[in-house]
Design a binder for this molecule. Structure first.
Ligand code: ATR
Length: 281
């Protein structure tokens, strides 16, 4: 890669940031499209986030993704928040305008839905969806599903109060259920989403009995390491369509790349393979 005097710059802000797959992902697109740009990891300590964001504008960066632990805290340092960032209560991308203002946005709901559409075309959006977990990822999933017109969102979380808070924020379409009843609420569901960290490499699997899930119910996981979680394996074994979580990571990156480098990128099998290769190595 040869950088020039007019290279466009973007990156990912996190602490730690070394685990982020975003530089690899954006790097693939930059190379594929022959763009004079660079996307770099930016390790920013929690106390330095405001200075770092102002620095982005001062240094002429086009923008940056924002990841843990900054997603919920950056909002107060930004000039404008998109509707989606406001509703989700987190920012995962910042764009610097020509006059140096900072716009906060969140592409996680978009990435979640695009992944679902690509992986399970025609998924039954007209039936209840079951959301397991009520953390930050669940908020993005809820916003996506509400916008997709899903009539009822059945949320079950180990800590019930967090599910109640989702219901308070997102309205009457969100139903709160006991974590222990997660097996029963699968009846008539068109979609099941695991937004908990259960099933991730090194963590316990998500224990759930899928017997009540209709045959055409789609099961998706936001966990992408491993790609096929125990939940997805169990669902696939009984004939349900499954969508792994890697696609959400890939699709959520599209709006940032388009905004900062001026080209609409595509999620292709080659990109998936390239990013997936790094998950196992
Ligand atoms: P994220 O922002 O990625 O969603 P998070 O806010 O820490 O991360 O949320 C993690 C989710 O996984 C939560 O719903 C959490 O449940 P609690 O709210 O009860 O903590 C869920 N989770 C993590 N470990 C779990 C476990 N052993 N059993 C059930 N749920 C678990």
């Amino acid at each position: 890669m040869t950088l020039t005097g007019s290279t466009r710059l973007a990156g990912v802000i996190g602490w730690p940031v070394a685990h982020s797959r975003s530089p690899r992902l954006h790097g693939f697109w930059l190379q594929t499209h022959g763009i004079d740009g660079a996307y770099v990891p930016l390790a920013v300590k929690p106390g330095a986030i405001e200075a770092a964001l102002r620095g982005l504008a001062a240094l002429g960066f086009a923008g940056a993704n924002v990841t843990v632990p900054h997603k919920e805290t950056v909002a107060s340092c930004l000039d404008t928040l998109s509707d989606s960032a406001r509703r989700i209560g987190a920012v995962n991308m910042v764009t610097v305008t020509a006059d140096g203002r900072l716009l906060g946005d969140n592409s996680d709901a978009f990435g979640f839905l695009e992944n679902l559409k690509a992986g399970a075309p025609g998924w039954p959006a007209d039936r209840p969806a079951v959301i397991l977990g009520a953390g930050g990822a669940a908020r993005a999933v809820c916003v996506g599903l509400i916008d997709a017109g899903v009539p009822v969102l059945r949320v079950a979380n180990r800590t019930r109060a967090r599910a109640e808070s989702l219901a308070a924020d997102f309205g009457s379409r969100v139903e709160v259920h006991q974590w222990e009843r997660r097996h029963d609420i699968l009846a008539e569901a068109g979609l099941v989403v695991n937004t908990t960290s259960l099933g991730m490499t090194g963590k316990a699997p998500l224990e759930i009995d899928l017997d009540r899930l209709p045959d055409d119910g789609v099961v998706t996981d936001i966990v992408y390491a491993p790609l096929m979680t125990p939940l997805l394996r169990a669902a696939q074994a009984r004939g349900n369509r499954v969508v792994d979580g890697l696609g959400m990571l890939l699709h959520q990156a599209r709006p940032g790349f388009a905004a900062w480098f001026g080209t609409e990128p595509e999620v292709t099998p080659a990109l998936r393979d390239f990013v997936a290769a790094d998950l196992t190595s």
